[in-house]
Write a protein that binds this ligand. Structure first.
Ligand SMILES: Nc1nc2c(c(=O)[nH]1)N[C@H]1C(S)=C(S)[C@@H](COP(=O)(O)O)O[C@H]1N2
Ligand SMILES: [Mo]
Length: 241
């Protein structure tokens, strides 16, 4: 039986051996906060330059791991990025990055908790409340849920409309007080503060208002659809919101 967390399977052992020869693995256990930040930004940069995803599952000093269910993800920038709101709405809308930046921004600082166990304390996220984009699009009365798709071409997520309208659900443009880099799902990712981090879809490209919840990528593979931190997935972590 494979006891590795689902999210960390599928990476050939050779990749880990390769990373081990670089000596990067040992950096993850260093405790000094200043060095942790340096390690995070060093590995963030390495992950951003790594087209094969070799660095993707490496633990790093900031506590984050870089997850992707695909082996490569196209890069999008201020010119190429688009976010579409469609489905059961009166006014389907497509936003550029500049459009999103021009809207009021909300900043929140909460812990991040992955369902595989790692937790990162007090992480700032900043962006546009999803509720604002939904209100602007004019959600139809038959709607009950929201489905998210990503420009990696594979990952999906969902929320009920009630969950999606919470004030602590953001279409995030910034994380750790920086523009979100490619490896963390930039330029735009979802941020669902009260739920396990698998809800926070990276490389967000489309928000589709639907009648009912359609299970997301990991939910089709066994994770809970209502992913409240501390009261789902059989875990008892301290809540994050
Ligand atoms: N598009 C996409 N979004 C995703 C994932 C993914 O594989 N692809 N993994 C999820 C999981 S399980 C976690 S824990 C976080 C990891 O975010 P990070 O890579 O910025 O640490 O992203 C979530 N969003
Ligand atoms: Mo996760």
């Amino acid at each position: 039986m494979n006891s590795e967390p689902l999210e960390e399977r599928g990476v050939p052992v050779g990749r880990r051996v390769f990373l081990g020869t670089l000596g990067l693995g040992a950096l993850g256990v260093v405790a000094a906060p200043a060095l942790q930040r340096a390690t995070e930004s060093f590995l963030g940069g390495a992950a951003d330059r790594d087209p094969t995803g070799l660095t993707g599952l490496l633990p790093n000093g900031g506590g984050f791991r870089y997850y992707s269910v695909t082996s490569s993800v196209p890069h999008k920038n201020a010119e190429s990025y688009r976010l579409t709101i469609d489905g059961l709405v009166a006014h389907p809308t497509t936003y550029t990055l500049a459009d999103l930046k021009a809207l009021p921004q909300t900043r929140m600082v909460r812990d991040v908790q992955c369902v595989t166990g790692w937790r990162v304390p007090g992480t700032p996220f900043e962006g546009v409340r999803l509720s604002r984009l939904l209100d602007a699009a004019g959600v139809q009365s038959s709607a009950g849920a929201v489905h998210f798709t990503c420009f990696d071409g594979s990952y999906t997520e969902s929320l009920t409309l009630e969950q999606a309208r919470r004030a602590d659900v953001l279409v995030a443009l910034r994380m750790q007080d920086e523009d979100i880099g490619h490896s963390h799902g930039g330029p735009v990712r979802l941020y669902v503060a009260p739920m396990y981090f698998y809800k926070s879809a990276k490389w967000l490209s489309r928000v589709t208002v639907t009648e009912k919840v359609e299970p997301g990528y990991w939910e089709e593979r066994g994770y809970d659809i209502d992913a409240w931190v501390g009261r789902s997935n059989g875990r008892d972590d301290e809540p994050t919101a």
